[in-house]
Write a protein that binds this ligand. Structure first.
Ligand code: NAD
Length: 264
C-alpha cells in the first residue's frame, strides 16, 4: 500500500535518528510532505535530503522556536495535519540518585516539548481541517523501573497530557485526534548508548551513574515497528481513534519473557 497519508503535511521532532527518523521516512514513503526537526543539524539535514523532506533545526524546549517553525509551515505549506512529538532524551537515575537539575532537564525535553509542540500546532491544524497529534510516551510510564525516575515522570505527563489534548480538541470542535504511543525497548541510538543523551539536554558536570538499561532481558523491537503505528495514527485509517494509549512492546509488559522472545 502507498499514499496512505498523501496530501498531508507532517511535522516530526527528533527526526535525525532513531524512531523519529523511521517515522519521517515512513510518512514520506506514504506520501506526506514531511518537515523534520532536531537539535542535530547535520543528522537531520542528511535524513531530510534523503527522503525529500524539509529540515529545520529546533530545540523542542524553546517556545519561540516552536512559534517560528509553525509560522514557517503556515507560510510554506499552508497547512499542518500531523504532529509527531517524538524528540526525547533519557537521563537515568533513581529518586535518590537523580539531581533536581537532571529531573528538570528530562521534563523540559520530554514533557515541556510535547506541551509546547501541541499548544502551538493546534491552531494551524484546526485551520487545516484537523489532523492527528501523536505523542511518544513509553511503556516505562506503565511499569516500575527504579532507575529512570524523571523519564517515568515525563512519560506519565505525556500520557495524561495526550488525553487532555484529545478532549480539548473535541470540545473545541476541532477534528484533531491525539493519542500516545508507548514503545517497549526499540533498537535505536538511545538504547544503544543508554544514558548518554545528557549532552542533548545541555547538562554540565557528571552524569548519573549508569544503571542497567530497561532493555536488559527484554524483547528488542525495531524502529519500523513504531513507524508502522505512526503511519496508521497519522492516516485517516484511524479516523475514529483518539485519547488512546498504544503499548507496542512485543508483549513485554504483559507476557512472561520466554513468550515475548518468540516474536522477533
Ligand atoms: N528507543 C526506545 O526503546 C524507546 C522506548 C520508549 C520510548 N521512546 C521514546 O521515543 C522517542 C525517540 O527515541 P529514540 O530511541 O529514537 O531516541 P534517540 O536518542 O535515538 O533519538 C532522539 C532524537 O531526538 C533528538 N533530540 C534530543 N533532544 C532534543 C531536543 N531538545 N530538541 C529536539 N530534538 C532533540 C536527538 O538529537 C535525536 O535525534 C523518545 O521520546 C523516547 O523517549 C524510545
Amino acid at each position: 500500500m502507498s499514499g496512505r497519508v498523501a496530501g498531508k503535511v507532517a511535522l516530526v521532532t527528533g527526526g535525525a535518528k532513531g524512531l523519529g527518523e523511521a517515522d519521517a521516512r515512513a510518512l514520506a514513503a506514504e506520501g506526506a510532505r514531511v518537515v523534520l526537526t532536531d537539535v542535530d543539524e547535520a543528522g537531520g539535514q542528511a535524513v531530510a535530503d534523503d527522503i525529500g523532506a524539509v529540515f529545520k533545526q529546533q530545540d523542542v524546549t524553546d517556545e519561540a522556536r516552536w512559534q517560528a517553525i509553525i509560522g514557517e509551515i503556515r507560510s510554506d505549506f499552508g497547512a499542518l495535519h500531523v504532529l509527531v512529538n517524538n524528540a526525547g532524551i533519557v537521563l537515568p537515575g533513581s529518586i535518590e540518585s537523580q539531581t533536581y537539575a537532571q529531573y528538570r532537564a528530562q521534563l523540559a525535553v520530554s514533557a515541556d516539548g510535547t506541551f509546547l509542540g501541541s499548544k502551538h500546532a493546534i491552531p494551524l491544524m484546526a485551520e487545516s481541517g484537523g489532523g492527528s497529534i501523536i505523542n511518544m510516551a513509553s511503556v516505562v510510564s506503565k511499569l516500575a523501573y527504579s532507575g529512570v525516575i524523571s523519564y517515568a515522570a515525563a512519560k506519565g505527563a505525556i500520557e495524561g497530557m495526550s488525553r487532555s489534548i484529545a478532549a480539548h480538541c473535541l470540545e473545541s470542535g476541532y477534528r484533531i485526534r491525539c493519542n500516545s504511543i508507548h514503545p517497549g525497548i526499540i533498537d535505536t541510538p538511545m538504547v544503544q548508548n543508554f544514558g548518554a543523551s545528557g549532552d542533548e539536554a545541555g547538562m554540565d558536570g557528571p552524569q548519573p551513574p549508569e544503571g542497567p538499561a530497561p532493555a536488559e532481558g527484554g524483547v528488542l523491537g525495531i524502529p519500523q515497528n513504531i513507524a508502522d503505528l505512526v503511519v496508521f495514527l497519522a492516516s485517516d485509517e484511524s479516523a475514529f481513534i483518539t485519547a488512546q494509549e498504544f503499548v507496542i512492546d512485543g508483549g513485554m509488559s504483559m507476557l512472561p519473557a520466554p513468550l515475548t522472545h518468540r516474536l522477533q
